[in-house]
Design a protein around this ligand. Structure first.
Ligand code: NAD
Length: 496
């Protein structure tokens, strides 16, 4: 059986010591193994990144950008293979895997603009004969730690921009689906990145802790669940590192009585069940305003859901695939059990779904649960499965209050035909990314991605303009060249 190792200083390094099985969630079988890096292996990767930094820092931004142009082309040329690798270890259907790759490629495109983005700011004559400018200098070695659910896109949120800004990078991807990550990193090397500029170490807590504690690592970008994000932010910050840690979510959609219910049902179906609900922007709670809206929405969903196709990743006719592990399958079904026990109504039940020929895969069918209330466990916690909860509210204010009271604030959406209501909602709601009749308002690559409340720890969001700030430090230079013969005496008052 293949054991995946690491990519350090431009070469694949065989793993040694501890390792973990990688499953094919569509079949439930183990496909390969991944090595879990020791502290020493991670230190080798950091050393390689540190050694590569001085030359990369001094490489002109236009040359760095040229590597990104090549990288983009290679990603496009190899999209089929990348989608296959994602599907095999993650379980998402190939069309969905290609969608995530495309969103990742858009971040590479943004990084191609590095010369423009790093131009800095210049002011001439800030005083007599004095000029002043700000530069955005790279930080040095930067680490990224990424989740299983977007093995291509989330790493591409991080290292293209970090590297285009002149940093060198150590990536610790999810140990559950690392093949696509390694394959893509090799394409980045093929595109022209010098050895050591991008390193990938596979591993678990031991690898992450090494990255968080090593003084050579200047900044840490993390995406994953909230408890881990919070712990990582605390530890990295205590160690004096810059850190952004994006966490979990519970994204609500408000369905107003005037909404187009066909559109609501179509888009909720995709946004709740696509990728088996394993998206941090999945819409997992529909808050219907008024019983009439709730009943109309549920009727439409009930009519659509029997035609949902759940099955293995390689069949492009499927709508969504399995969840990531057997343990996660059991956890998702446990949330459905708890909803039932706590008094909610299971309208469509995805527990025990069978996929012929793939009986051991980790499948959960699309599930719709009505009469959910805020006290219920299924409402309070992130389920991360193909489960849509319906909460009934009496007014828009009550619906908005629910959203504001929830600990997460990643994404949200309102379905309405009323521009005034939509404007009020987008202005007041305490959530970082808002959709108006748009179910998955994931910002494009030239904006930035970030939730509020316990969905993001740190000051700057991921990718886009915030990434330029996150991966650089500002230096402001004030310059004067006294003309010969002019000499001032000492000045004791503050310069003004
Ligand atoms: P996870 O938190 O289990 O793992 C994320 C990363 O942290 C992995 O690389 C993992 O190896 C590492 N890790 C796990 N336990 C650790 C520990 N004790 N100490 C140090 N590192 C540890 O998350 P996941 O299950 O891979 O991904 C799903 C979660 O990620 C969901 O909560 C989802 O909402 C969230 N997510 C958020 C965003 C966002 O942008 N906000 C995007 C994608 C996923």
């Amino acid at each position: 059986m293949t054991t995946l190792g690491h990519l350090i200083n431009g070469s694949r390094v065989a793993g040694e010591g501890r390792h973990q099985d990688i499953f094919n969630p569509s079949t439930g079988e183990v496909g390969s193994r991944v090595s879990l890096a020791s502290k020493a292996t991670v230190e080798d990767a950091i050393a390689a990144a540190e050694a590569a930094f001085p030359a990369w820092r001094d490489t002109p931004p236009a040359k760095r950008a040229r590597v990104m142009f090549n990288f983009k082309q290679l990603l496009e040329q190899n999209a089929d293979e990348i989608a296959r690798l994602i599907g095999q270890e993650h379980g998402k259907i190939v069309h969905d895997a290609k969608g995530e790759l495309q969103r990742g490629i858009e971040n590479v495109e943004y990084a191609c603009g590095a010369p423009e983005l790093l131009k800095g700011e210049h002011s001439k004559n800030t005083g007599p004969g004095i000029d002043s400018w700000s530069e955005f200098q790279p930080l040095g070695v930067v680490a990224g730690i990424t989740p299983f659910n977007f093995p291509a896109m989330v790493p591409l949120w991080m290292y293209p921009m970090a590297i285009a800004c002149g940093n060198t990078f150590v990536l610790k991807p999810s140990e559950r689906d690392p093949s696509a990550v390694l394959y893509i990193a090799e394409l980045a090397l093929e595109a022209g990145l010098p050895a050591g500029v991008l390193n990938v170490v596979n591993g678990d807590k031991e690898a992450v802790d090494t990255l968080l504690d090593d003084a050579r690592v200047q900044a840490v970008s993390f995406v994953g669940s909230t408890p881990i994000a919070e712990a990582i932010y605390a530890r990295a910050s205590a160690n004096g590192k810059r850190c952004q840690a994006l966490g979990g979510a519970k994204n609500h959609a408000i369905v107003m009585p005037d909404a187009d219910m066909d559109n609501v049902a179509n888009s909720l179906t995709g946004a709740a069940f696509g990728s088996s609900g394993e998206r941090c922007m999945a819409l997992s709670v529909a808050v219907a305003v008024g019983d009439d809206a709730a009943d109309a929405m549920i009727d439409k969903l009930k009519a659509q859901m029997p035609s949902l196709k759940v099955g293995p990743y390689h069949d492009a006719d499927n709508d969504f695939g399995p969840v990531i592990t057997r343990a996660h399958q059991e956890q998702v079904c446990g949330y459905i059990d708890s909803a039932e026990q706590q008094g909610a109504s299971i309208v469509v039940d995805g527990r025990g779904v069978q996929v012929p020929g793939h009986e051991n895969g980790f499948y959960v069918g699309g599930t719709l649960i009505d009469h959910v209330t805020p006290e219920m466990t299924c409402y309070q916690e992130e389920i991360f499965g193909p489960v849509l909860l319906v909460v009934r509210a009496r007014s828009m204010e009550e619906a908005m209050q629910l959203i504001d009271d929830h600990e997460y604030g990643n994404g949200t959406c309102i379905y309405t035909r009323d521009g005034e209501a939509a404007r009020y909602f987008s202005d007041r709601i305490q959530v970082g990314m808002v959709g108006i009749n748009v179910p998955l308002p994931v910002p494009v690559s030239y904006h930035s991605f970030g939730g509020w409340k316990r969905s993001l720890f740190g000051d700057l969001a991921a990718y886009g303009p915030d990434a330029v700030r996150f991966y650089t430090k500002r230096k402001t230079i004030t310059q004067r060249w006294p003309s010969s013969g002019v000499r001032e005496g000492a000045q004791f008052s503050f310069p003004s």
